[in-house]
Design a binder for this molecule. Structure first.
Ligand code: F6R
Length: 256
């Protein structure tokens, strides 16, 4: 795991933007796993400004609320088209987001996994993190080998996402999410976290034990996982000084 601590969200996003821009230039038909929520907004804005070529890029989104039609303002379909896809030259047929209105969720999840496999697998998976340690919507106690499936959100996530829906009670209970096992097959994972409210989850992810109660800790097992975080999110890391030194002293050929 590479822990990249930057002064603020803008600087941490700049590192992540460089990694993704480089991938899209080197591999124009890259397969990206994408996240929603507040965290990747700066990233998507920066990628839009770079005017990269998305024509043959394929994307798979992490998750979607069950019961929200695509057109709903808070669906992750709406989020992605509003905040990224409509601003870049991506082809609609290459965009994949789980269907929260599917009549057969089990089949829809199996098909999602098949489509990821058929696309050649995810080159780079963008992740945010919940205050309860979820990645995607793999809530605490999620199987560390889980695949795309239906999950039930925790009360904490309802409270955290109440800001999008007006109140916690309006946040749907169920979601479709890619699994922790799905992320483990991505060739690279890039997790972003900003603000003091993420500090406990980041400390548990980096320095806690590998445990289903803290789903993001699965990234300790990933051969190529980068965390781009700001100082506030790094606030509870015991070895922050070491991580800063390592990043600052990376050999030239490793830096991007
Ligand atoms: C979003 C997702 C979630 C969020 C997490 C953090 O697709 O899967 O894991 O990344 O809940 O949300 P924000 O960024 O709003 O704090």
């Amino acid at each position: 795991m590479e822990i990249i601590i930057q002064s603020d969200a803008e600087a941490a996003t700049a590192v992540a933007t460089r990694v993704i821009a480089r991938l899209l230039r080197e591999k124009p038909n890259a397969v990206l796993g994408l996240a929603t929520g507040s965290t990747p907004l700066l990233l998507y804005r920066a990628l839009i400004e770079m005017k990269l070529d998305w024509r043959i890029v394929t994307t798979f989104n992490l998750d979607e609320y069950v019961g929200l039609p695509k057109e709903h303002k808070q669906s992750y379909h709406s989020f992605m088209w509003e905040n990224l896809f409509r601003h870049v030259n991506i082809s609609k047929k290459n965009v994949h987001i789980p269907d929260g209105m599917s009549k057969d969720i089990e089949k829809c999840c199996a098909q999602y996994e098949n489509k990821i496999r058929a696309s050649g697998g995810i080159d780079l998976q963008v992740l945010g993190i919940g205050t309860d340690g979820h990645i995607g919507f793999n809530e605490p106690t999620s199987s560390l080998t889980s695949r795309t499936r239906i999950k039930t959100l925790t009360r904490q996530t309802h409270l955290d996402n109440a800001r999008f829906f007006g109140s916690a009670d309006k946040v749907p209970h169920h979601v479709i999410t890619m699994g922790l096992g799905t992320f483990m097959e991505a060739r690279q994972c890039l997790l972003l976290a900003f603000g003091a409210k993420k500090a406990n989850a980041i400390a548990a992810t980096v320095e806690g034990p590998l445990a289903a109660i803290n789903p993001a800790s699965i990234l300790q097992m990933h051969p190529n996982a980068k965390l781009c975080i700001d100082e506030a999110a790094a606030g509870k890391l015991k070895h922050a000084e070491y991580y800063r030194w390592v990043y600052k002293n990376k050999p030239e050929w490793q830096v991007f």
